[in-house]
Design a protein around this ligand. Structure first.
Ligand SMILES: *Cc1c(COP(=O)(O)O)cnc(C)c1O
Length: 388
């Protein structure tokens, strides 16, 4: 199917291509100088002391869970409204994810009050997700985690560049660990890739060792003859990124701020366009929306039937949409948590629909989407139960 307006729209510029070609021509393809340069630039941009580039956002989450000391017998609290990788990363360590509530359908982020209720003597960490790019309540969670001696991991896969408070703290800064994704649909899109951030140099050093099999030196160090051999000092993985992707990431990082600004402009136009539409709800308020980095633009319909009809109508107009199911309703997680009920997560999962958002969606296409959305709302409002 070819969409008139796709959900996301990736555009690679000539400068991106040149950066990758330069790397390929250099003949050095595994982690080396471009990865190191990207890590330095990413740390500076994200406001943290250390950034470790890895093969995916999921790898960053797994390394964060290891850094948090998670293992068998431990629990980590995870919102029920997230992509499955957040919970899977906890499970890779042998620990158990404990799913918790979000604040509501119009604030689909982790609810600190519900987190507090689910803390047990086995709880070791909280994983906060910036859903759709909208900042989670990190200052509240920071205080809660400090009170209970818990590690705060921020899943920033959808939230790069989001601001978590009015003081300008970015996603990933106030948490103990930040985990970012460079998957092709994310704001900093490379295809595959991730970044782990931390303020702690020992945590960064261990993550760098773990991403490369726990070796004490990398191939680049040996190439430069800084090191002639290596020891295996830890039980590691192959979570390496490669140089062409580090080069692409570096090139795209220079445009991240402009891209987020464009996403915010589009989100403003959508909010203004939808504010007074009966039967259509906006999520979060204007103040939080300004601090979002807008990975997704969810809107709310009255119920699941209306949401599904809304999506079908937009499909007919060539407008691609999606929604995020509740994690505990997937078969794997129904098996793990039989009978678990999270009413606010379920309501949000049933009622929201994400419409296209990208830095390149502008002009007449924005009006086209706004008009199509309004028509879609009218189409699902027509009474259908009149003749029973
Ligand atoms: C995309 C995503 C991830 C996983 O990132 P990958 O780079 O695809 O491994 C984790 N958590 C959330 C919330 C995501 O959206």
């Amino acid at each position: 199917m070819s969409w008139r307006v796709p959900l996301s729209d990736v555009r690679i510029q000539d400068s991106d291509v040149e950066a990758v070609l330069d790397c390929l021509r250099s003949g050095w393809l595994t982690m080396g100088p471009r990865t190191a340069a990207f890590e330095e630039a990413a740390a500076a941009r994200l406001g943290v002391a250390h950034a470790v580039a890895v093969s995916s956002g999921t790898a960053a989450l797994h390394l964060a869970c290891i850094a948090a000391g998670l293992g068998p017998g431990d629990e980590a609290i995870v919102p029920g409204m997230t992509f499955v990788a957040t919970a899977a990363a906890v499970r890779y360590t042998g620990a158990e994810p404990v799913l918790c509530e979000i604040r509501g359908a119009d604030d689909m982020n982790i609810d600190p009050a519900d987190v507090a209720r689910r803390i047990t003597p086995r709880t070791k960490a909280v994983l906060a997700v910036h859903f759709g790019g909208y900042p989670a309540a990190i200052p509240d969670l920071r205080a809660l985690c400090d009170r209970h001696g818990l590690v705060l991991i921020e899943d920033c896969a959808q939230g790069i560049g989001a601001l978590v408070d009015g003081a300008g703290h970015q996603a990933g800064v106030l948490g103990d660990l930040g985990c970012f994704s460079m998957f092709s649909k994310k704001q900093l899109c490379v295809g595959e890739g991730g970044i782990l951030t931390t303020h702690d140099k020992d945590v960064a050093a261990r993550a760098k060792s773990l991403r490369g099999h726990g070796l004490t030196s990398g191939t680049w160090d040996r190439h430069r003859a800084y090191s002639s051999g290596y020891d295996v000092a830890d039980f590691g993985f192959n979570y390496r990124i490669d140089e062409p992707r580090a080069a692409l990431a570096m090139s795209r990082l220079t445009r991240l701020d402009d891209d987020i600004a464009a996403r915010r402009r589009l989100a403003r136009a959508y909010r203004d366009g939808f504010r007074d539409v009966d039967g259509l709800g906006l999520v979060w308020d204007d103040e939080v929306a300004e601090r979002s980095s807008h990975f997704a633009f969810p809107v709310l319909l009255p119920d699941r039937r209306a949401r599904d009809g809304f999506r079908a109508f937009l499909r007919g107009r060539g407008v691609q949409t999606t929604f995020y199911p509740a994690l505990h309703r997937f078969s794997e997680y129904r098996r793990l948590f039989p009978g678990l009920s999270l009413p606010r997560v379920e309501e949000a999962a049933d009622r929201h629909c994400a419409i296209p958002i990208s830095p390149h969606l502008a002009g007449a296409d924005v009006d086209f989407v706004i008009d199509a959305v309004k028509a879609a709302v009218r189409s699902v409002e027509e009474p259908v139960e009149a003749v029973a």
